[in-house]
Write a protein that binds this ligand. Structure first.
Ligand code: XMP
Length: 518
């Protein structure tokens, strides 16, 4: 019988910080289960969740704002340890009768904190030692509430960390969750293990065992379908389900003409060949290309692809007979996004996941990965024995190469992009960069430029190379790829891909640019 991996858990109340997800990931890395909920989660729900500790995230507000976010004050009387980070600490100070000074300036960046107390949060530190900590705040604490003592101070934040050890309430002005606070992880671990008394129960092997058991119970003798994209999330979902219910699972893979070279064959070899799944490849390439003919507007492309995908999928599912469930590889960041402090984030690009399917098909949704972060899904993939190339695969957008061909999508332009993409990925693998960067891909631009090849003038296409570093795709920076790698990519593309005479490197970060070009 698997461990009860959910027995001990941490509740993170979100006050809108850009780092809230990072707090959760850090906690999970220590093998303690945690969930993020909005700051105003009801007391009843908090009690039902029964956390071993509560973390109050930072946030952009000042407690003096008219609509400053305030959780139910009764959390302070639950006899559960609390750690307030940044705004979370200011809230605690304010509500418990200390003094928060309104900011004249923001303090943003690295600061040096001096350790004044090495019990509890700072166990394992050395008294009077100086440590780096990342600050990002406006208001600051001027007087601690009664019952609190100083743990650490900095020049600009005399009360950089404080504690009421009797009530087990703690506050830090800095961000222990970010890498710029080198010992922040140790502080979080002290909170989780020493103060909340958690044990490292959360691990992916137990997750797999438990989830398989739960899936068997939930699905019973019914049939389930799963849309496979060849990406990590849907592949892990499918293999997990296959282990749980075997031949009751049918997988559908739609070839929409917008895949990378060899992709549908690879997916088929793995799922039909290796796993012997009930796997259905639907070749809908002609249909997608027909509907995309002449379309250049990015949003229109996405809408057409989303709509056609649903039609093709629905038709194929209909042919499979009576099915009760639809499996989706939804991950925790998608779940958080729809319940977070700020509500569902504004649509910047309509993302094509198979969002429209369950309502149309009247199927019950099963989302076995909805509690996991991407790196956890990868670990589940490893536990399930999926090939490393698949587990470590970089994200690939649902609308595929359509959003990497600017302008009209034609079979010829798809071939040019596929050839450039193969070369780029080969060189990225060779340079040992594939697993280090977030994404690396080629984009075909809708312009032509003049070049010279041999003795003749050329007038051909431009390929842009986009390689970015990112933690979660919300922000990204262009990767400082060694020049000689870029040189090889450029030489090989220009010399080998007919129709391309220029390669450029994209040096924009997100924001303000996005990762994909459309
Ligand atoms: P952007 O371009 O918005 O992309 O910075 C963020 C991440 O999402 C991926 N992406 C998509 N994924 N359907 C998807 O499933 C889409 O329509 C889509 N558009 C972008 C992108 O590759 C990056 O990892």
């Amino acid at each position: 019988m698997a461990n009860n991996i959910y027995e001990e858990k941490i509740l993170i109340l979100d006050f809108g910080s850009q780092y809230t997800q990072l707090i959760a990931r850090r906690v999970r890395e220590t093998q303690v289960y945690c969930e993020i909920h909005p700051f105003n989660l009801s007391l009843q729900d908090i009690k039902a969740f029964s956390p071993n500790g509560i973390i109050l995230s930072g946030g952009p507000s000042s407690i003096y704002d008219r609509d400053a976010p305030m959780p139910d004050r009764a959390i302070l009387d639950l006899d559960v340890p609390i750690l307030g980070i940044c705004y979370g600490m200011q809230y605690l100070t304010h509500i418990l009768g200390g003094e928060v000074a309104k900011a004249e300036d923001r303090e943003y960046g690295r600061a040096v904190i001096k350790i004044e107390d090495i019990r509890d949060l700072f166990q394992g530190f050395t008294l009077q030692d100086e440590e780096m900590a990342w600050m990002s705040h406006g208001d600051r604490i001027d007087r601690m509430p009664d019952g609190f003592s100083l743990l650490a101070g900095s020049v600009n934040s005399p009360f950089a960390a404080m504690a009421d050890t009797g009530r087990r309430i703690f506050g830090v002005q800095f961000h222990p969750e970010v890498a710029h606070t080198p010992k922040g992880y140790k502080i979080l671990k002290n909170f989780l293990f020493k103060i909340c008394g958690c044990r490292p129960l959360w691990n992916m092997r137990s997750f797999v065992e438990r989830t398989i058991m739960k899936l068997r119970e939930e699905i019973g003798d019914d049939r389930i379908i799963c849309g496979l994209s060849g990406g990590v999330d849907s592949s892990v979902t499918a293999v997990l389900l296959h282990q749980a219910v075997g031949s009751q699972l049918s997988c559908i893979f739609v070839d929409n003409a917008l895949l990378r070279r060899g992709e549908s064959q690879e997916v088929m070899d793995l799922f039909r060949g290796h796993y012997n799944m009930d796997f259905h490849l639907v070749d809908a390439s002609e249909r997608f290309l027909r509907h995309l003919k002449g379309v250049t507007d990015p949003e229109e492309k996405r809408k057409i692809i989303g709509r056609e995908f649903i039609r093709v999928f629905e038709k194929k599912a209909g042919e499979l007979g009576k099915v009760k469930f639809l499996a989706q590889g939804t991950l925790y960041p998608d779940v958080i996004e729809s319940v977070s402090f700020k509500g569902p984030s504004a649509t910047i690009k309509s993302h094509h996941n198979v969002g429209g399917l369950p309502e149309i098909m009247k199927l019950d949704l099963i989302e076995p990965l909805r509690e996991l972060f991407k790196d956890e899904v990868r670990q589940v993939g490893v536990e399930l024995g999926l090939p490393r190339e698949l587990v470590m695969r970089q994200p690939f957008p649902g609308p595929g190469l359509a959003v990497r061909i600017l302008g009209e999508i034609t079979p010829e332009r798809l071939e040019i992009l596929r050839s450039a993409d193969v070369i780029l990925l080969e060189e990225i693998w060779k340079a040992d960069l594939y697993e280090k960067v977030w994404q690396s891909f080629a984009v075909l631009l809708p312009i032509r430029t003049v070049g010279v090849m041999g003795d003749s003038r050329t007038y051909e296409n431009v390929v842009a190379i986009r390689i970015v570093d990112s933690l979660d795709a919300m922000t990204a920076d262009w990767t400082r790829v060694p020049y000689d790698v870029l040189a090889r990519v450029s030489n090989r593309i220009i010399n080998n891909v007919r129709g391309v005479n220029r390669v450029v490197y994209d040096i924009s970060s997100k924001p303000p640019s996005t990762i994909e070009w459309e």
